[in-house]
Design a protein around this ligand. Structure first.
Ligand SMILES: [Zn+2]
Ligand SMILES: [Zn+2]
Length: 421
């Protein structure tokens, strides 16, 4: 019986794995240069972590979560996004209590039960960054600058940074009513989803991608024109800070993000590299989220980017090359005596950090051994047979130039080490 991987979940290996590793290490470098510390939270969280924060009526909570029953009664969830678990962890360990701004990044697998398609898997990976305890609009600008740096560092310029403000609990309710009044006469022409959203989440109609819905809200009142004084001040300082950080952006009144917990700044990076205006990543400020865990409020702002989507964009631009791991030395012993000489030496080199591989099968001929050295893309092949041992020599072959050189068998380890500098 053939057993396959679960639908929408991928194996990563070979060149694809190499590309991932290249991108992963770049992301960590960027996070470090912006002074963010890594945090890892468990894959499984209690259901309430998401139903209280992401919002009961979002697609994620309604239909995309993988749930597991713990001891038959307690509902656990395979994490569908990063921020809710992050906030759970911050509150649990009272990291917010210091009152000092703190910066974190995460790189974690996420799980959502949706129809698999290009760039959208059921197990996918997100890289995200969060700043807690800093209410300043400059923190919002910095978070965007970090995400911007990811694309810049790969030489990608085909993307847009779209920013908006979704207000706060003080100014948003009145705007919601205003928006509903505006939409109500055209309620019938909205898609089914948006008709359901109309009463409780009318803002989400603004970012529906269906042409009919977009038509209805095209000239709708804009949140940015109905902000309270504090939100107005925050938004204009934020826009200035973003310019000062040299991030190019567009104001887009329809960026509201899918999740209920955003306040003030909301943003999305979109690119045509993934098909018309697809999201590469996004985020926003979520100052009120912690009250949902019974904690005092503390400010937070963050972004998440989908690794699979980033990889598609990078491949479309051929912005990364696979960087396969290959050995420096391939040991090719011919005969029993050579085998016993080289086996311990191969470990001595590995332990000194030099990637070294050795053929263990003793019945292979020179031709087979050279083919292996070639296939592995080894820099050098080391050949040793009874004749060479008799003369106290070993043959080192440069696999690129085919040049051969005789090395003294008694100082072999040091001669090989010199080749690696
Ligand atoms: Zn406000
Ligand atoms: Zn719609």
């Amino acid at each position: 019986m053939e057993i396959h991987a679960v639908r929408g979940m991928h194996d990563l290996f070979g060149e694809e794995m190499d590309r991932w590793r290249t991108v992963e290490s770049r992301l960590r470098e960027i996070a470090t240069s912006f002074s963010y510390q890594e945090i890892r939270t468990p894959v499984l969280e209690k259901m309430e972590v998401f139903s209280h924060t992401v919002g009961d009526e979002t697609d994620i909570v309604e239909k995309q979560m993988y749930t597991v029953l713990n001891e038959g009664t307690e509902k656990l969830v395979l994490r569908p996004e990063g921020t809710a678990g992050f906030i759970r962890s911050v509150v649990e360990h009272q990291l917010q209590q210091t009152g000092h701004p703190q910066r974190f990044y995460y790189y974690l697998p996420m799980f959502r039960h949706e129809r698999p398609q290009k760039g959208r898997l059921r197990q996918f990976h997100q890289f995200g960054a969060e700043i807690i305890n800093d209410p300043s609009p400059e923190a919002d600008a910095e978070i965007i600058a970090v995400l911007d740096q990811v694309y810049r560092s790969f030489g990608i310029s085909e993307y847009e940074v779209r920013v908006n403000s979704v207000g706060c609990p003080e100014c948003r309710p009145a705007y919601k009513e205003l928006l509903k009044e505006y939409i109500r006469p055209n309620l019938d022409s909205l898609c089914g989803e948006c008709q359901k959203r109309f009463e409780r989440s009318p803002l989400r109609i603004l970012d529906c991608k269906k042409p009919n819905c977009q038509g209805v809200v095209q000239s709708a009142p804009r949140m940015v024109n109905h902000l309270c004084v504090n939100c107005q001040g925050h938004h204009s300082t934020f826009l200035h800070a973003l310019s000062a950080a040299h991030v190019k952006f567009t104001e887009d009144p329809n960026i509201v993000r899918g999740l209920d917990y955003y306040t003030r700044t909301a943003f999305e990076f979109t690119s045509d590299l993934l098909g018309a205006q697809s999201a590469l990543g996004g985020g926003g400020r979520y100052d009120g989220i912690s009250t949902r865990f019974g904690a005092k409020t503390f400010p937070g702002v963050g972004f998440a980017l989908g690794m699979e989507r980033l990889l598609i964009a990078l491949e479309a631009k051929q912005a990364i090359q696979a960087n396969p791991q290959s050995p420096v030395f391939y040991f090719a012993p011919l005969g029993e005596a050579a085998y016993h000489r080289l086996f311990p030496l191969s470990f001595a080199l590995k332990r000194r950090g030099v990637p070294t591989l050795m053929a263990y099968e003793k019945d292979k001929g020179l031709k087979w051994l050279m083919k292996q050295a070639d296939r592995l893309n080894a820099k050098y092949a080391l050949l040793l047979g009874d004749d060479e041992i008799k003369h106290g020599k070993a043959i080192l072959k440069d696999m690129k130039t085919s040049e051969q050189e005789m090395l003294d068998l008694h100082h072999l380890e040091e001669s090989l080490m010199r080749k690696t500098t």
